[in-house]
Design a binder for this molecule. Structure first.
Ligand SMILES: *Cc1c(COP(=O)(O)O)cnc(C)c1O
Length: 480
């Protein structure tokens, strides 16, 4: 056991004692969560395991500090240490991604997108409107002016990727605020190949003339050509916003470079910090100098006080991601996704787009006569944690779905490589081949219930345990 794991063991053991002295059930749940994460195959594409340094940074008194405003310009006294933390996080982010500006306050990916949307509206709509009206700021507006400006702000268009093609709720999905605050249209993927069709996106953009073109995804297993997306945006006068929430780790780790790196091509890039980037739960906005002043108004525009403890943890995580070892990690995430995809294909499974070239695969489980929901539940019984996901034009809709999304970010952190991911594919196929759809009370086919073959879960758990023991989560961390 090295020094760090010895310290980590004693820090967490003692912290849990302190917590237990107030609410023992929370200490118990925290222990149970570690045990569960250690003993299951975590394949949820949006999850990872942050380092003890990142986790510990979140558990400090920075949590108690209010710091609305920006570095050096706060609406509260006593923010000198928060200023240090926020400056460092932003500096690491700029260096890591080669960005002109970084705003590290958003509390989550959704918050980062809200900041981006309102920044674009402020920069492209409100600013020019005030200039035309010869007003310095919104405080100078009469009620009539205000009504007119609000109408204009509420009358803008957004074009994003549809949910069932792999886009995110915040990319113009009607039930999300992005689909209500904008007139929205969506682009999908080619029905024959499942791939993005840039000509089709361009045609839609020419017709719809969006103010905002959103690129990025949560469930598309391929790389995107952001240079092409920028060309499309420029042609129609749109702002290109790239949401790299899922694949920021592959950008940071220089797996996506050139046209596949969104930062040099987009006006605004948003991300989470906890997915492939392996930081604390949180969000971030990267922007060009042009958009920086409006992005900086995220608080008070759509955010309250920043989570200073999480900004501190972002700084630690970005410092980790700037190390050479993170590049090795990111490349291994992508290589492992290849191994997983090949493992499925060689066993006759069907993948959306026929494979992957990022960190995730989308397995079409209809070939096994199952819905995504049945597959997800049967896999969970066997200790394989995934999430069901729509496939393009999904006949089972967004609740039951026909797919299961699998990502390699988390298990790669544990040290899984090619052989382990080939075994993972084998175990998943074994579960799905031995799962039958159940029947409804009325005797018809059920989309939810299922029957898992005898002994299948035990066999898969035993095979997983062997791999998981070989690649422990937080090696050396032992709770007393
Ligand atoms: C996960 C995700 C988000 C939302 O992140 P939260 O931190 O859960 O709010 C936004 N956009 C995309 C593309 C995502 O994958």
């Amino acid at each position: 056991m090295n020094d760090v794991s010895r310290l980590t063991s004693s820090v967490y053991s003692q912290a849990l004692e302190v917590i237990a002295s107030v609410e023992p059930r929370i200490a118990e749940a925290t222990r149970a969560e570690l045990a569960d994460q250690r003993s299951s195959l975590k394949l949820i594409a949006s999850e990872n395991y942050a380092s003890p340094a990142v986790l510990m940074t979140m558990g400090t008194w920075f949590s108690d500090k209010y710091a609305e405003g920006t570095v050096g310009h706060r609406f509260y006294a006593g923010c000198q240490n928060v200023d240090t933390v926020e400056s460092l996080a932003a500096e690491h982010a700029r260096e890591l991604f080669g960005a002109e500006y970084a705003y590290v306050q958003p509390h989550s990916g959704i918050d980062a997108n809200l900041v981006a949307f309102w920044s674009i509206l402020a920069h492209r709509v409100e600013g020019p409107w005030l200039e035309r009206a010869e007003k310095k700021n919104v405080n100078e507006l009469t009620e009539e002016d205000w009504e007119a400006l609000r109408k204009e702000l509420g009358n803008q268009r957004l074009l994003g990727m549809s949910l069932d093609a792999g886009g995110h709720l915040t990319h113009g999905f009607r039930p999300n605020i992005s689909g209500k605050m904008f007139h929205q249209q969506q682009y999908g993927t080619d029905p024959a190949t499942g791939l993005l069709d840039y000509d089709a996106v361009a045609a839609k953009a020419r017709e719809f003339k969006p103010l905002v073109l959103v690129a990025g995804y949560s469930a598309y297993p391929r790389r995107v050509d952001f240079a092409k997306m920028r060309e499309i945006a420029d042609e129609v006068g749109a702002t290109l916003m790239v949401d790299m929430a899922h694949f920021a780790g592959l950008v940071a780790g220089k797996v996506f470079t050139g046209d596949e790196d969104p930062v040099p091509h987009a006006h605004i890039v948003t991300t989470t910090t906890h997915k492939s980037l392996r930081g604390p739960r949180g969000g971030m906005v990267l922007a060009t100098e042009e958009y920086a002043p409006s992005v900086d108004r995220g608080c008070p525009m759509v955010l309250g006080g920043p989570l200073s403890h999480v900004m501190a943890a972002k700084a630690v995580a970005f410092a980790e991601a700037r190390q050479e070892s993170f590049r090795t990690y990111a490349q291994q995430v992508a290589d492992n996704a290849q191994s997983l995809a090949q493992g499925f294909l060689s066993r006759g499974a069907k993948l959306v787009t026929g494979g992957t070239d990022n960190h995730l695969v989308l397995l079409d489980v209809s070939a096994y006569g199952l819905t995504g929901r049945q597959a997800e539940s049967a896999l969970l019984d066997a200790g394989v944690v995934t999430n069901r996901n729509s496939v393009p034009s999904d006949p089972n809709g967004a609740w039951y779905t026909s797919g299961v999304r699998l990502g390699t970010s988390a298990l790669t952190t544990r040290g899984f490589g090619h052989d382990e991911f080939d075994t993972v594919a084998d175990l998943i196929v074994h579960v799905l081949e031995n799962t039958q759809p159940g029947t409804t009370k009325a005797g018809g086919p059920s989309k939810a219930s299922y029957v898992l073959g005898d002994g299948v879960a035990d066999k898969v758990r035993a095979a997983s345990a062997e791999m998981l023991d070989k690649h422990p989560l937080y090696p050396g961390l032992e709770l007393s």
